[in-house]
Design a protein around this ligand. Structure first.
Ligand code: ADP
Length: 451
C-alpha cells in the first residue's frame, strides 16, 4: 500500500518537474525569439551602413559594436577568413568556414546559430549575412541573461524537487500512521471491543461504520453457531441417555429370562411386560425426537382455519380416562379459530393438557382457555419452582428426576410445543407457583404481526 502511494507521489513529482521544465523552455524560447528579432534588425542596419561607409573594416566593426552593445561584430571573407572583430584581434582567430551561421550565409541565406562561444565563456546567438560577393558580416549577441536564467531556473527546479520530496515523506508517513491507527481500531473491533470507530479521514467514516456493523454481525453469528453447537451436543448426550436407560433395563430383564432367574410364570410375565414397557418408552422418545425435528424444520404449509375449541374438546375426551383416575375435571372455556395446520394445534394442546393432567393434583382441575390468539392451559397441580421455569422448554429437561420419576415423560413435550408455536411467529410462556398450579400460554402471532 505504502509503495503504491509512493509510486503515485513520485509520478506526481515527476509531472510537476516536467511541467516546470516545459515552462522554463517556453520562457527561454520567448527570450531568444525577442533577441533574434533585435539581432536581425541590427544586422540589416549594419549591412547598409557597411556598404555606404568607406571606413576601415576594423573601425567599422568597433563603431557598430559601440552603437549596439553588447553585440559582437565580425567581418569575414566568404571562405571563412576573419578580417576584423570587435572583441579579438582578427589575426588570432581561426578560420570560421565550419561555423553553421557562416555556411548558411554563404548560401545566400541569413545564417543563424545559438551555441557556446569558444572564445567567450557565454552562450551567443549568432546571425550572419553575405553583404557583398566577398564579404560576410556576422553579429553575435551574448545571452548572459539566458545563462543566468537557466541557472536560476535549474536551481529553482532543484529546490522545488527538494520541497516536494520532503513534503512527500511527511505526508506519506502521516498517511501511513493514520492508516495504522485505523487498522488498530479494526483489530480492536475484531478482538471484541465495543466502541464506535472514528475514521481518521471523513471519507472513510462510512467504510468504518460498515466494518463495525459487519464485525458485530459476525460476532453474533459466531455466538449463534456456538449456541447451536452446544445445543446439538447437549441434545446428543440427552438423547443417548434417554435411550440408554430403557435399553439397559431391557437387557437386564432379557438376561434374567436367559439365565433362568425368573422361574415362575408370573415372574416371566412380569419380565416380558417390563421389556414391552421399556420398548414403549424408547419408541416414545424416538417419536418425540422425530416430531421435534419436523417441528423445527418445516414451515407451516397448507394452513386453514382451525376451530381450536373443537380440537380441545376432542383432546379432553381422549384424556378423560386418565383424568378420571385422578378425579381431575377438564373444561374448555372460550372459542378460537386459528389459521394453522390442525395437527400442529393438536400437538400443542395435547402436550400442555397431558402435562396438566399428569402433574395435576388428585381432585384438581384443568382449564383450557381460548381467547384472541392465545391458548392457555391452567391447572392447580404441583406447580414449578421459579428456578426451573426458564429451563423446562429445553429438550429433555425434567424439573426433578425424583419428583417426575413417578410421572412418565421424556422431557420433550414442552420443547415440541415451543418449536411449533415459534414456527407460527409466536411463543409460549409459563406462570407457576409450587404447590398452587401452573398456567402455560401459547401465544400465536396475529396476522398483522406476521406481516
Ligand atoms: P415431560 O415429558 O417430562 O412432561 P415436558 O417437556 O412436557 O416433558 O415438561 C418438562 C418438565 O416440566 C416436566 O418434567 C415437568 O417437571 C414440568 N412440567 C410441565 N408441565 C407441568 C405442569 N403442568 N405442572 C408442573 N410441572 C410441569
Amino acid at each position: 500500500m505504502k509503495r503504491r502511494l509512493q509510486r503515485i507521489y513520485w509520478v506526481g513529482i515527476l509531472l510537476t518537474l516536467v511541467v516546470a521544465a516545459a515552462a522554463i523552455v517556453m520562457l527561454v524560447s520567448i527570450k531568444i525569439g525577442d533577441t533574434q528579432e533585435d539581432l536581425y534588425h541590427t544586422l540589416s542596419t549594419a549591412s547598409e551602413w557597411t556598404l555606404e561607409s568607406d571606413e576601415d573594416l576594423q573601425e567599422l566593426a568597433d563603431s557598430i559594436a559601440s552603437v549596439a552593445p553588447p553585440v559582437r561584430v565580425t567581418f569575414l571573407m566568404n571562405h571563412g577568413l576573419v578580417l576584423a572583430d570587435s572583441i579579438l584581434p582578427a589575426v588570432e582567430m581561426e578560420n570560421h568556414m565550419d561555423r553553421p551561421e557562416i555556411i548558411e550565409a554563404m548560401r545566400g541565406e541569413i545564417g543563424e546559430s545559438l551555441r557556446m562561444s569558444e572564445t567567450q565563456d557565454v552562450v551567443i546567438l549568432y546571425a550572419a549575412k553575405q553583404i557583398s560577393p566577398q564579404l560576410i558580416l556576422r553579429l553575435g549577441y551574448p545571452i548572459r541573461e539566458l545563462t543566468q536564467l537557466l541557472l536560476w531556473y535549474g536551481a529553482g527546479l532543484v529546490v522545488l524537487f527538494l520541497i516536494l520530496f520532503v513534503l512527500q515523506r511527511r505526508s506519506l508517513s502521516h498517511f501511513a500512521n493514520s492508516l495504522v491507527t485505523q487498522m488498530d481500531d479494526v483489530r480492536r473491533l475484531l478482538e471484541g471491543d465495543k466502541f464506535q470507530p472514528k475514521a481518521v479521514f471523513p471519507e472513510l467514516q462510512p467504510a468504518m461504520n460498515n466494518i463495525a456493523y459487519l464485525i458485530e454481525r459476525m460476532e453474533s453469528d459466531r455466538q449463534e453457531i456456538l449456541r447451536t453447537q452446544n445445543l446439538r451436543s447437549d441434545f446428543v448426550a440427552n438423547a443417548s441417555h434417554e435411550l440408554r436407560s430403557p435399553l439397559t433395563s431391557i437387557m437386564g430383564f432379557a438376561e434374567m429370562l436367559d439365565e433362568g432367574l425368573a422361574d415362575s410364570p408370573e415372574e416371566q410375565a412380569l419380565c416380558t411386560q417390563m421389556i414391552r414397557s421399556e420398548c414403549d418408552r424408547m419408541l416414545e422418545v424416538i417419536e418425540d425426537i422425530l416430531l421435534l425435528n419436523r417441528s423445527e424444520r418445516q414451515a407451516p404449509q397448507n394452513t386453514r382455519p382451525v376451530n381450536v375449541a373443537n380440537v380441545a374438546r376432542e383432546i379432553c375426551r381422549s384424556l378423560a380416562p386418565r383424568a378420571a383416575e385422578k378425579h381431575i375435571s377438564l373444561q374448555v372455556i372460550g372459542e378460537l379459530t386459528l389459521q394453522a395446520v390442525e395437527k400442529d394445534i393438536w400437538e400443542v394442546l395435547y402436550n400442555l393438557s397431558d402435562n396438566a393432567v399428569r402433574y395435576g393434583r388428585e381432585g384438581g382441575y384443568v382449564h383450557i382457555r381460548l381467547s384472541e390468539n392465545k391458548i392457555a392451559v391452567e391447572d392447580n397441580g404441583i406447580g414449578i419452582d421459579k428456578a426451573h421455569q426458564a429451563r423446562i422448554f429445553e429438550q429433555f429437561y425434567r424439573v426433578d428426576e425424583m419428583r417426575d420419576s413417578a410421572v412418565r415423560g421424556t422431557g420433550m413435550g414442552l420443547s415440541i410445543v415451543r418449536a411449533i408455536v415459534q414456527r407460527y411467529g409466536g411463543d409460549v410462556s409459563v406462570e407457576s407457583e409450587p404447590g398452587s398450579g401452573s398456567c402455560f400460554t401459547a401465544c400465536f402471532a396475529t396476522n398483522e404481526e406476521k406481516l
